[in-house]
Ligand binder design. Structure first.
Ligand code: TRP
Length: 460
């Protein structure tokens, strides 16, 4: 390409954009409900270990490929390994999986839009906690309302990516990301005063291995990839806009720690409500939407608080979908030489159509036999398919690529450029070449039942 690659304006700009991509529904919506379903403490511990030992080295790996090639995934893999190499397949896998994630993500973000409007109309007034909770079921099972919000949210995302990410999203992220942190911390502190806090703290932070299953462990790995935006080449694309003076390892750590903090604070905010009001931690995808309005209804300033929270949720979802759409349309621009506007609209339309089965999942209007066949509705099925298989496998391929296939000198030089953490090159290489692939493989084998780690360690 003759056109000069765009670059981030500043180090802060990159951190905000990457953190904006990472912090989103994954930390605020998915982390609490998956933790609830997997029994708490032990799952949280595995999630933490995955973030630090697997995601951190991989995050650096994606940035290294991205900055070294200044390309999007498919092109990056083919530059580094030759045009006909099968590594290109890893790039295509990343693109396909991004489309799938985006398709159901927009539906959940649509729920957040719906709850913003609900908050404005003070829907919790005069309702009991059970009645407030039942609003979610009503929403999930109403196909056409879901489609409306999904479409609106996609238009919002398209508008931002269309109009230029750097200007718009970076400027807003500077104000709204700190605002989100403030509201989250304030709510978490309030939650700590609830009677159920003790039980919640025990649930979240005291590991009880008896409640952890092999599938749960793989799910923790997938969740860590999901919240870190890893595995699908998103961070790779963002890395391609980095400048040589940017510090890859240090900024990676900052972004991951921010993401981790948001997930944990979200847990501290939500679980005390669950135990105080006698709800089940296993409520599933509706957890956040069911519990938080009940908390807001108890607090002074319900209208403002609730509206502000859900608006921020929409916003964090938006900074994440912007990264998804940006990655997909940048890939189309590069692969098919389409102009930006055409790429953006075609991808958006495709994602809308692909999202319809998720939108209509709980209404029984489409694929009504699905739940009986798969044991969960369409939405839940594809979401756990992505978490358990696509993300770990993509992650495995990227770690193998960085560790073994990509040219050594280029990789090492890229790591060292702009960083004061040069001494960590060796440990990083060890992690990405051995530990990361080994851990991912172990978890995959365990999940397929080919080996049984449980049997090796305990209960003998
Ligand atoms: N990390 C985002 C979140 O937590 C979602 C996301 C953005 C994502 N880009 C991704 C997930 C790439 C998987 C892969 O909400």
């Amino acid at each position: 390409m003759s056109r000069q690659r765009e670059h981030w304006g500043s180090r802060l700009g990159f951190i905000l954009a990457a953190a904006g991509s990472a912090i989103g529904l994954g930390s605020l919506w998915k982390f609490p409900y998956i933790t609830g379903q997997n029994g708490g403490g032990a799952f949280v511990l595995i999630y933490l270990l995955c973030m630090l030992l697997v995601c951190f080295p991989l995050f650096i790996g994606e940035l290294v490929i991205g900055r070294a090639t200044a390309k999007t995934p498919v092109a990056a893999f083919s530059i580094l390994s030759g045009k006909h190499s099968s590594w290109k397949g890893a790039g295509w896998l990343a693109i396909g999986a991004t489309l799938i994630v985006f398709s159901y993500y927009a539906v959940v973000a649509g729920w957040a839009l719906n709850y913003t409007l609900l908050s404005l109309s003070q829907f919790t007034k005069g309702r009991t906690p059970e009645e407030i909770a039942s609003v979610f079921t009503l929403l999930a099972s109403s196909g056409s309302i879901n489609v409306l919000w999904q479409a609106l949210f996609l238009l919002l995302t398209a508008g931002v990516v269309y109009g230029g990410v750097r200007e718009g999203i970076e400027r807003w992220a500077k104000i709204l990301t700190p605002a989100l942190f403030l509201i989250l911390i304030a709510l978490a502190i309030y939650s700590m005063t609830l009677p159920g806090f003790k039980e919640a703290a025990r649930f979240l932070f005291v590991p009880d291995t008896a409640r952890l299953t092999a599938h749960g462990i793989l799910e923790a790995l997938g969740l860590s990839f999901f919240t870190a935006s890893l595995g699908f080449g998103i961070i790779l694309t963002y890395g391609s806009y980095m400048r040589p003076i940017d510090d890859i390892p240090k900024t990676s750590l900052i972004v991951l720690l921010m993401t981790l903090a948001v997930a944990l604070i979200a847990g501290i905010m939500i679980f005390p409500i669950i135990f105080s009001f006698g709800f089940e931690p296993q409520a599933g995808p509706g957890l956040v939407f069911i519990t938080l309005p009940i908390l807001f209804a108890k607090l002074p300033g319900t209208l403002v608080l609730s509206t502000a929270f859900f608006l921020l949720l929409v916003f964090t979802a938006l900074t994440s979908t912007v990264s998804l759409l940006e990655n997909l349309s940048a890939s189309c621009m590069e692969l098919f030489s389409w102009p930006r506007h055409r790429s953006v609209w075609i991808v958006t339309l495709l994602v809308f159509i692909m999202g319809l089965p998720s939108s209509l999942a709980a209404s029984g209007k489409l694929f009504s036999a699905w739940p009986a066949m798969f044991g969960a509705d369409f939405f839940v099925t594809i979401s756990s398919l992505v978490d358990r298989w696509f993300l770990p496998i993509s992650g495995l391929l990227i770690s193998l690529f960085v560790g073994w296939a990509m040219p050594k000198e280029m990789r090492d030089a890229e790591f060292l450029k702009g960083t004061t953490w040069g001494r960590f090159l060796k440990p990083w290489l060890f992690l990405i070449r051995w530990l990361v692939p080994a851990m991912i493989l172990l978890l995959i084998f365990q999940a397929t039942g080919m080996i049984d780690v449980d049997a090796l360690f305990n209960r003998s």
